[in-house]
Design a protein around this ligand. Structure first.
Ligand code: IMP
Length: 202
């Protein structure tokens, strides 16, 4: 299906700045109906730039600028993570790096060890999307999802920190929700909604 008012983006080539198959499928799913012809960074290079910024927005821009530099095409990158204010914002931009060898059991155990019983369990997910159009114009969109951390981990759905995160208004963790329900709350959906509104308005 092509959105009728997005002709500007019809046949517009866009590269998703990620090597992560799951992420590429989810993002392509949102972009193809708008008319984009989508490919991924993996089609051009196996190299990923180092994420050296201390903000999600900064790291998303590093990734999209790198892919634009490699391909000269429009590029879209996302950077996301879990912020726990009682832990000074950790794991934050280091969310993926807390999972040694990709093991989120380890990452969640680190959260549990640091978040002692007397601490505020409030937390939020952040997703920053950095888009660079074919003329090189940069735009950044940020979505958040607020909730709290709970232990023990519950549920097998989703990925990452989903089994310990309960969004506001829910009693279930993201790990206990089917993807379609998580999508209603998710930081990624909120960032994408802003991006889609931008595309439709431009
Ligand atoms: P990125 O690939 O550098 O953006 O790393 C994102 C990391 O943040 C993931 O590996 C997860 O650890 C965490 N994260 C981001 N979004 C979610 C989510 O929706 N659920 C659970 N963990 C998430």
């Amino acid at each position: 299906m092509t959105h009728p008012s997005t002709n500007k983006w019809q046949s517009h080539k866009l590269v998703i700045a990620s090597q992560n198959k799951g992420k590429i499928i989810e993002i392509a799913d949102l972009l193809v109906p708008l008319g984009f012809v989508v490919s991924s960074a993996a089609d051009y290079t196996a190299v990923e730039p180092e994420e050296t910024e201390d903000t999600f927005e900064g790291n998303a821009l590093i990734k999209s600028r790198f892919v634009r530099g490699e391909t000269q095409l429009a590029a879209l990158a996302d950077d996301s993570g879990l912020v726990i204010p009682a832990l000074g914002g950790e794991p934050g931009v280091y969310s993926a790096r807390w999972a040694e060898n990709g093991d989120f059991g380890i990452a969640m155990a680190k959260v549990q060890a640091r978040l002692t019983a007397d601490m505020d369990t409030s937390a939020y997910f952040v997703c920053a999307l950095a888009f660079i159009d074919s003329d090189g114009k940069e735009s950044v969109f940020t979505g958040t999802c607020h909730g709290h951390i709970q232990f023990p981990a519950r549920g097998l759905s989703g990925f990452g920190y989903d089994p310990i995160f309960v969004p506001n208004g829910e009693t279930r963790t993201f790990g206990e929700m089917p993807y379609v329900e998580k999508k209603q709350y998710s930081h990624r959906s909120h960032a994408f909604k802003q991006f889609q509104e931008f595309l439709l308005a431009s």
